[in-house]
Every structure is written in structure tokens, then in C-alpha cells.
Design a protein around this ligand. Sequence first.
Ligand SMILES: NC(=O)c1ccc[n+]([C@@H]2O[C@H](COP(=O)([O-])OP(=O)(O)OC[C@H]3O[C@@H](n4cnc5c(N)ncnc54)[C@H](O)[C@@H]3O)[C@@H](O)[C@H]2O)c1
Length: 379
Amino acid sequence: MGKVLKYGMVGGGIGAFIGEAHRKAINLDGKASIAAGCFSRSYENTLATGESLGIEKDRLYENYEEMAIKEANREDGIEFVVIVTTNYAHYDACKAFLNAGIPVVCEKPLTVTLKQALELEKLANEKNLQFMVTYVYSGHVTAMNIKEIIAAGEIGEIRTVMGEYPQGWLAFEDVQGNKQGEWRTDPAQSGKTNALGDIGTHIENTVFRMTGLKIKRLLARMDKVVPGRTLDDNSTVMLEYENGSTGVYWASQIAIGHDNGLRIRIYGSKGSISWFQEQPEIFHMAKQDGSLMEIHRGHSTIRQIAAKYTRLPSGHTEGWFEAMGNFYSNYIECLLAQRNDTFTGKMIEYPTLVDGVDGVRFIEACLKSSENGSIWVDF
Ligand SMILES: NC(=O)c1ccc[n+]([C@@H]2O[C@H](COP(=O)([O-])OP(=O)(O)OC[C@H]3O[C@@H](n4cnc5c(N)ncnc54)[C@H](O)[C@@H]3O)[C@@H](O)[C@H]2O)c1
């Protein structure tokens, strides 16, 4: 086993959702171990979380500004940081660590404004620091494989894309007591969008990573369906890509009966592909001759890059943790290569600031369209 990197975390305290998931995903490969944290706005929670993770008290911080400075000045300081706070705090926290010279991993949406996202991109580039934005779904082996199939031209020129992400968990008026529901429906913590920013950006990013299609313009309708909502809970977007093909995305939290129903269907001139994130072990490909294939992870049909991330034989299911772990594995490999002067941009398989910035650009373009009566807006 090579060097184990030390990392820190901001957010992800006891009672939070995604921080613990990140820690588990990182642990899959044993390439990094947690050494510091500011896990919550409550110092008590940070202390309790830190204790449960076996972190020394002098590396548990009351705020992330202090953590960034102190960790940067330690000889055994953290070698990257993971930001898993609610959306409003991403920008300041990322900036603090980039300024301190520490590589960053941040949850999506990257920031609440495009201006902030572009600033982070500039800062990370100036400091030559690697930055991962955890759009996790394209880390599934089958999603990576679809990218390779499309790049090889197997379904021909892409003509149209259908992307949907239905959830039902916010279909009801009362979100009190549901921590994750409370902040997502509060503009002060979530930003100017809920469904579109929270899950619509996953559609935007998964389509981009599978197809490479760049959005040219879009038209959005962002509805607030549940009475009393100030942010969208059901959003529909029509898109035109730079190659002239089209797309339709639907992101909903009022779709009773659905959990995390991200489904992408891509139609080309020679065939089509359909992928469903709740069944990430398989995908379907149809060809012009009428044949319909169900392709399973773990078999020889899985191509080079995707196959590299296969951890288990076919039939022993891999899932969301592995998808996240795959990107961490690549991110850490790239950080180590940068230290050894063997790093090249071609090694990057994780979602970068390009993905992060485009996600926020997508949100702003949709808001502009929707707020102006659903007009077409250039991307
Ligand atoms: N990639 C994905 O699939 C995915 C899934 C869920 C959530 N997310 C993203 O992860 C982020 C967190 O979501 P969640 O559901 O875990 O939320 P959560 O409410 O469960 O957890 C947020 C945590 O951040 C902490 N926090 C907030 N402000 C802080 C600050 N200033 N300093 C230190 N800690 C602070 C809170 O105390 C809490 O521990 C969001 O940006 C969300 O969009 C991504």
C-alpha cells in the first residue's frame, strides 16, 4: 500500500447525512484517513463527532477559517479537505482552504452564485490545487462505460437526451423536524433553487459526463407546487446543445413513489442507451438492427477505464458508496502524482471545477429563464 493521506472535513457532524457517506467511501480504499475537522456550526457537535472518529482534540476546530490556517501551518497538516456543509457555506469554506494552499473536495452545487464559482476556479488554478466536486453518479462503473461507448461512436451522433430525477420526499407541506428538508426549502441556506439545484444539477452533470454534450441554450419552468414553498419543487427544462441536438430534463421532489430515480436516456443515429441509477449494475443499449442488450458490470463487455474501477465480480452488487469511492481513489492518485511530479491532466477522471462551475451556470440560466416567463436563455 502507498502513502495514506491525511484529510480534514468541514460539515458532516453527528446527525448530518452526506459527510458520513464521504468518510465511508474514502475508507473503501484505505488511501486516506481523517485527521481534523470542523464538523458542525456547533462546537459541541464537532467535539462529539471528532471523538467518535478518534481525532485529537487540538485538531477539532470551532470554525473553518481557524482550521485552514492552523492545518496549513502544521508539519503533519491535512493534505486535502472535504467540504460537506449546506450550500451557502461552500464558497467561503473552499476559499479559506485554497488560500491556505490545501486541495479541496466540495459537494454540489459548488456555490450559490456563478460569480463565486468562477472565483473559486480562478483561485484553484492560480494556486495549482486539485479540486473535486462530488457529482457522484457518474462514478458508477456502468456510467463510466457508457461514456466510453458514446465516445467510440457506437450509438452514432446524439440526437436527443431525456433526463429525469424524480423524488417524492418533499411532496408534503410539513418538513419540520426533517433537517435535510428544512434547509433545502430555505433560500438562506440553499440558495435560489431547491429541486433544480439539488437534483436537476445531477441530471445536467451526468448527461455532460456521459455524452460530452455542451449546452447552447435552455428554457426552464421552475414550479413551486406544494403550498407555502418559496423555492421550486418541480422543474422542467428544455435544452439545445452545441451540436444541434436537444434534451429535456425533469427534476421533482413531489413525485410520490420515487426515491432517487435518476434516469438518463440517450438517443443517437445508430442506437440508444438507457441508464437508471437505482439499478447501477446494468444498462440497456439498443441498436439500429432492433437488438436490445442488457449489459452487466463485471463482464468483459465493460471497457478499459470503467473496468479499472470494478471492485467485485459481477452479481456481487456495487453501489453508491463505490461510485463515490471511485472518484476519491482517482483524486488521491492524482494528488500523489502531483507530489511526485508524475501528474498529467489526462489522469483526471473525477469531476472537477469545470463540472462545478457548469452546474452553477445551469442553475443561473434556468432561474433567468423561469423568472422571465420561461424564455430561451443562452448558456
Ligand atoms: N452528491 C450527492 O449525491 C449529494 C447528496 C446529498 C447531499 N449533497 C450535498 O451535500 C451537502 C450537505 O448536505 P446534507 O444532506 O449532508 O446536509 P446536512 O444538513 O445533513 O448536513 C450539513 C452539515 O453541515 C454542517 N454545517 C453547516 N454550516 C457549517 C459551517 N459553517 N461550518 C461547519 N459545519 C457546517 C451542519 O452542521 C451539518 O453537520 C449539500 O451541499 C448537498 O447539496 C450531495
